[in-house]
Design a protein around this ligand. Structure first.
Ligand code: PEP
Ligand code: MN
Length: 349
């Protein structure tokens, strides 16, 4: 990873980098952070002669050769200075709340608009709504392209950014063309490396973020962080890690809650962590406690399924979605806990 002296290099300067690394069978991938651009060396970056020649350039500050399987996502990477933003919230500063339907009902757009308005009123900063759904049962409702227009109308009406899951390249293209702000990679696709690469390539240079769920099985930290590395190494570092519970589940919960993974992730990576308590515990009445536990463990945000009338919802909503009233109480408690954690940390430092 090449760290320039200035915030970014000129094209002729990047060309000089390309020429040098090209001699050693490597290439340059600029990663555009909000503070500055760094230049990843793709390939074996350990050639001593290559590093010496790069460090000899007057516009290069230094070359970091972090020995990590996820060198861009690593906490020691220069990207640790990058801050991911969703709408008005800079992750790490304020607690991000995303809330909304598991699944948008294309036959009943008003339900989604009502939920969008209600979650905004409750204090959410972004709205989630499933357009295309990964369903275990092939005969269950799989989502509908029409719901994309409903999702974006919900965004227009509330002025809030929206999140939706994409499972293939076609959906990715449609979501980006429609202006979706946060692309979700679901737990079933968390290790679909072709999709991760496609998403990384498609969002390069765009003001779009990715909410990457943890895989459904009890995967390692390295596996989770490396999945994010697949996206970031195409140039857009706006990636958010989302623990959502793993399988096998704890008897009584849908999954094994894993919000306690948060401090372990934070020791290894700079990426913000937004926990999904809804899929973790899988029942609306357990969601508030799981959400607060996530904040206690240091989460930067929460992604919660919420619905004005859960019983009329599709997908997970009838069992998992909290009402706007419950969401409002949860947000109040979560913000208070987040503030308490912050002042505790300030006092300790
Ligand atoms: C969802 O967010 O509705 C969803 C299907 O999530 P996950 O991929 O975590 O199961
Ligand atoms: Mn769901």
């Amino acid at each position: 990873m090449i760290l320039p002296k200035n915030n970014r290099l000129t094209e002729p300067e990047v060309d000089q980098l390309r020429a040098i690394v090209g001699e050693f069978g490597c290439r340059i991938q600029p990663i555009v952070g909000d503070v500055r651009t760094i230049y990843a060396i793709v390939g074996d970056e350990r050639h001593e002669l290559m590093v010496n020649r790069l460090e000899g350039l007057e516009f290069v500050d230094r070359v970091d050769t972090i020995q990590s399987p996820h060198k861009l996502m690593d906490i020691r990477s220069d990207l640790a200075r990058h801050r991911v933003k969703v709408g008005p919230v800079t992750l790490g500063d304020d607690l991000l709340i995303m809330a909304g339907h598991c699944t948008i009902d294309p036959k009943n757009p008003n339900l989604f608009y009502e939920t969008a308005a209600a979650v905004k009123e409750a204090g959410a900063h972004a709205i989630r709504g499933g357009v295309w759904k990964p369903r275990t049962n092939p005969y269950a409702f799989q989502g509908d392209n029409k719901s994309l227009e409903i999702l974006m109308e919900g965004s227009r009406r509330t002025g809030l950014p929206v999140d939706t899951e994409v499972m293939d390249e076609e959906q990715l293209k449609l979501a980006l063309a429609a202006g979706v702000h946060v692309l979700q990679i679901g737990a079933r696709n968390a290790l679909n490396y072709s999709l991760l690469r496609q998403v990384g390539a498609a969002i390069a240079g765009k003001p779009v973020a990715v909410l990457l769920k943890r895989g459904m099985h009890t995967g390692t930290l390295n596996e989770f962080i490396s999945a994010a590395e697949y996206i970031v190494n195409f140039g857009n570092p706006n990636v958010i890690l989302c623990p959502r519970g793993t399988q096998p589940g704890l008897d009584g919960y849908r999954n094994q809650p894993d919000e306690s993974i948060t401090p372990l992730l934070k020791e290894r990576t700079w990426a913000p962590v937004v926990v999904d308590p809804s899929h973790s515990v899988g029942k609306a009445h357990y969601v508030p406690a799981c959400a607060l536990a996530a904040v206690a463990y240091g989460a930067d945000g929460l992604c919660i399924e919420a619905h004005v009338e859960p019983a009329r919802g599709l997908g997970d909503d009838p069992k998992q979605a909290v009402t706007p009233a419950v969401l409002a109480g949860l947000i109040k408690d979560a913000k208070a806990l987040h503030a308490a954690r912050r002042s505790q940390r300030t006092a300790q430092s």
